[in-house]
Design a protein around this ligand. Structure first.
Ligand code: ME8
Length: 528
């Protein structure tokens, strides 16, 4: 296991307000970054915005703003959303910042000089919305963009190209030597079969039909086409190519740093083909992992502003709290698969996992510790029953399984393991029947054991949930009497429980009334 961690989200287009899909990638990335910090691993978390391109230029014009003013306004909203969602990024890169633009110009110059980039003509089917050229086969007889299904049009212009094919063999070799580079596995096969085996086409890396981009120094009619501009953010943000490049040295160059890009399945191709090839051409190290997660759909298909079925995260957060949304994002859909957002599932997930299981366990336990022991948690004790043994055994297993799964970036599965521990502890209360033990003075030690183990489970669950439940975990720690939340290391040693004094129990999550809340959430869907 490497001893440093660099994790990134895609940099989003500030062409409109972000929706729950963008919040999805950013939240999962945040949870992974917080988990690594909990383990004491030096971590750097980057997010940002991809601000150039024809679509932004056109949208700004429609709004009677200059592109810069237009993106500045949107970015304020994006940063506000991330603040409300407690996204703990270390840096927010904007591709219009000089620290990025200057490096993109240098990179373009280097690649041009060394012959990887050449001038030619581009003719192809172009989708303005996706800013992508497509081949004849991809657009089909109806000439529709394979991504967004909008009509495409033929375009020809002078353009610079990157010689992709030159690096194809080295790329395949990298895939073979690094089996975890692309996950899930199915995406790797898709890349190999759809794009690489048929022969990698050279990539257009400049445009002359619009001006909102990084200018090519050697040929100022051209601006750098978005993907070469966008992908390089992952190194320019660290200070690549400057004198102040400590972060770049530490988190990119150092082989002890694990580099992970979290992306949606819609942009996997750019991250696992073009990005590693650009890096090879620049003679730089390649990332360790590109994790392609699935897309969150609505009942009527893909979420899109033009369809009018987008969920804005803000009203959800305001009404139900940020932790409920963060938890739903991580837990509802297996990370990697496509998912569907429905109000019904959102409410059910909240009520079952957070209200009934975790919240209730805390409440029941603290009420009993208060009633039987005046709020003071009984200190370490011996086991009396098979249920004690089973719970303690499960607690140990949970810690190691959780760590193992999180380190493999299997976030949803990792939290399923925590849920199982919490459910088991609720069952343990029913099996141990503390209210019966409390009636018999001879069973006092046994009752102490039960309370001790329950608190142990609660501290563990709270700590493991803490990367997700950023607002609730401090409240739970307070009620548990913990002033210094344990690190993952302390948790594994399990030497924090003695002598805690619990505070009065307060419900962590209010139960949601399905009939009321389903229509409430439905009214939050942003119509056209
Ligand atoms: O593609 N479900 O930006 P973008 C889950 N600027 N995730 C979703 C989603 C959904 N329904 N919709 C969007 C771009 N996302 C480029 C990226 S990176 C160098 C440049 C998330 O604003 C998901 O991560 O269109 C997807 O890949 C990304 O937002 C696309 O964001």
């Amino acid at each position: 296991m490497k001893n440093k961690f660099y994790i990134t989200t895609p940099i989003y287009y500030p062409s409109a307000k972000l929706h729950i899909g963008h919040a999805y990638s950013t939240t999962v990335t945040d949870v992974l970054a917080r988990y690594k910090r909990l383990k004491g691993v030096p971590t750097y978390f980057l997010t940002g915005t991809d601000e150039h391109g024809q679509k932004i230029q056109e949208t700004a014009e429609k709004n009677s703003k200059t592109p810069q003013v237009f993106v500045d306004d949107i970015v304020v909203g994006i940063k506000d959303l991330w603040a409300k969602m407690h996204i703990s990024y270390d840096d927010f890169i904007r591709t219009t910042e000089p620290r990025h633009e200057q490096r993109v110009q240098d990179i373009f110059s280097q690649l041009l000089k060394q012959g990887d980039i050449y001038l030619s003509k581009y003719a192809g089917w172009y989708c303005t919305y996706c800013e992508s050229f497509w081949t004849e086969t991809q657009v089909g007889e109806q000439h529709l963009c394979p991504d967004c299904q909008r009509p495409v049009h033929l375009e020809e212009e002078d353009a610079y190209f990157f010689r992709m094919s030159k690096y194809a063999d080295r790329l395949v070799e990298y895939y073979e030597k690094n089996p975890l580079f692309i996950t899930p596995e199915s995406r790797k096969n898709e890349m190999l079969n759809t794009f690489i085996k048929p022969g990698l086409e050279d990539l257009c890396v400049s445009r002359t039909s619009f001006t909102w981009g990084v200018q090519v120094k050697e040929d100022p009619r051209h601006v750098v086409y978005v993907w070469l501009d966008a992908l390089t953010n992952y190194i320019t943000a660290l200070g690549y190519g400057t004198k102040e490049d400590e972060k770049y040295q530490s988190f990119w160059v150092d082989p002890e740093s694990e580099i992970v890009h979290i992306v949606g399945s819609d942009i996997t191709r750019f991250h696992v083909i073009y990005w590693p090839i650009f890096l090879m051409a620049l003679g730089l190290r390649l990332p360790d992992r590109v994790v392609a997660h699935g897309l969150l759909m609505m009942k009527d298909g893909k979420m899109s502003k033009s369809k009018g079925n987008v969920i804005d995260p803000l009203p959800i957060i305001e009404k139900y709290g940020v932790d409920t949304l963060r938890y739903y994002i991580v837990r509802e859909t297996i990370f990697g698969s496509d998912g569907q957002f429905t109000p019904e599932q959102f409410i059910e997930r909240t009520n079952i996992d957070l209200v009934n299981d975790y919240g209730n366990l805390l409440n029941r336990t603290l009420n009993m510790v208060k009633k039987y022991f005046n709020g003071a948690v009984p200190s370490k004790v011996s086991n009396y029953t098979e249920f004690d043994d089973q719970l303690v055994g499960l607690l140990e297993v949970t810690l190691s399984q959780f760590e193992n799964l999180m380190d493999q970036l299997k976030v949803t599965e990792a939290y399923m393991v925590v849920n199982q521990l919490v459910s088991r502890a609720n069952k343990y209360i029913d099996e141990s029947q503390p209210w019966v033990l409390a009636k018999d003075p001879e069973k006092k030690a046994q009752l102490e054991t039960v309370m001790h183990h329950l608190i142990d489970v609660l501290v563990t669950a709270t700590t493991l949930y803490s990367p997700i439940l950023v607002e609730t975990a401090p409240k739970a720690y307070y009620q548990l009497g913990i002033t210094n939340p344990p690190s993952f290391y302390v948790l594994k040693k399990r030497d924090y429980v003695d002598g805690l004094l619990n505070q009065s129990p307060q419900p962590l999550f209010p139960r949601l009334d399905p009939t009321l809340e389903i229509s409430n959430i439905q009214s939050m869907i942003v119509k056209k």
